[in-house]
Design a protein around this ligand. Structure first.
Ligand code: NAP
Length: 245
């Protein structure tokens, strides 16, 4: 029986690339997103290639919608082996203009959702005595531009949540890791300028497929000695000194 992965935020960008890479590695892929139009388009594309995919509408900021996602996934595929908590919103608002409602929306989508969905999924992974979770954080957990308080806090929280979950769920044989991407270009890669690429020690801007391949690697049962870890994928940018002289 093929394993099943849930990918949140799968209709666009990085989540779409993650869904594609798992589908081509013979997973049943659950595409969970609020964007129904692109979610169903991706489902149809994968099915037409002979892959297994099901779009399920889920607003990860809503606890009831998370419960429904897990229920519907089990109805469709019966097991859950891998969870990729990728859905996120990046909004940058001046601190004096950041409302409590907006703070809650960003934190509930980017951080609380990963806790709730993992908690909901763990009892089902436990039945198969294995499982793997990846949380998609950001290098903005450890470095900032201005006006990123809520986003940075949510991603810093995800890094901390990851090691806490890895220790809590060790008894169920579940690994939990996170990936902190830097600049991953989800638009037209050809529109990028030379300077965009050249400033990176790796001499290029990241692509969604970079993150997708790392998700596959971290969730491979053979790699279960990597646990509670944060994998930075930023072409070396957080290792580069930027003092001006
Ligand atoms: P994206 O292109 O905006 O895709 C995110 C997807 O998540 C969209 O389909 C979006 O739907 C969906 N989504 C938003 N809120 C949701 C909710 N409440 N419930 C379910 N789905 C929801 O973003 P991305 O650039 O691929 O980023 C994916 C993840 O990587 C995010 O967690 C982001 O913080 C992280 N990340 C990205 C980068 C980067 O450079 N791209 C760098 C570091 C970290 P709508 O389009 O309808 O809103």
């Amino acid at each position: 029986m093929n394993p099943t992965v849930i990918v949140t935020g799968a209709s666009n960008g990085i989540g779409k690339a993650i869904a594609k890479v798992f589908a081509s590695n013979y997973f049943n892929v659950v595409l969970a997103d609020v964007d129904e139009e692109n979610g169903f388009l991706l489902q149809d594309e994968l099915l037409s290639e002979g892959r297994q995919a099901q779009f399920i509408r889920c607003d990860v900021s809503d606890p009831k919608s998370i419960q429904n996602l897990v229920k519907e996934t089990l109805k469709r595929y019966s097991t859950i082996d891998v969870l990729i908590n990728n859905a996120g919103i990046s909004e940058f608002i001046r601190p004096d203009e950041l409302s409590v409602e907006k703070w809650d929306q960003i934190l509930n989508t980017n951080l609380r959702a990963s806790f709730l969905l993992t908690r909901e999924v763990v009892p089902h992974m436990k039945k198969t005595k294995k499982g793997s979770v990846v949380n998609i954080a950001s290098t903005r957990a450890i470095m900032s531009e201005k006006n990123s308080e809520a986003y940075a806090a949510s991603k810093g929280g995800l890094q901390a949540l990851t090691h806490a979950q890895a220790v809590s769920h060790s008894k169920e044989n579940i690994t939990v890791n996170c990936i902190s991407p830097g600049w991953i270009h989800t638009g037209d890669y050809n529109q990028l300028r030379d300077i965009d690429h050249e400033q990176h020690p790796s001499k290029r801007v990241g692509k969604p497929e970079d993150v997708a391949r790392a998700c596959l690697f971290l969730t491979d049962p053979e790699n279960d000695f990597i646990n509670g870890e944060n994998l930075v994928m930023d072409g070396g940018m957080t290792r580069k000194m930027i003092y001006e002289h």
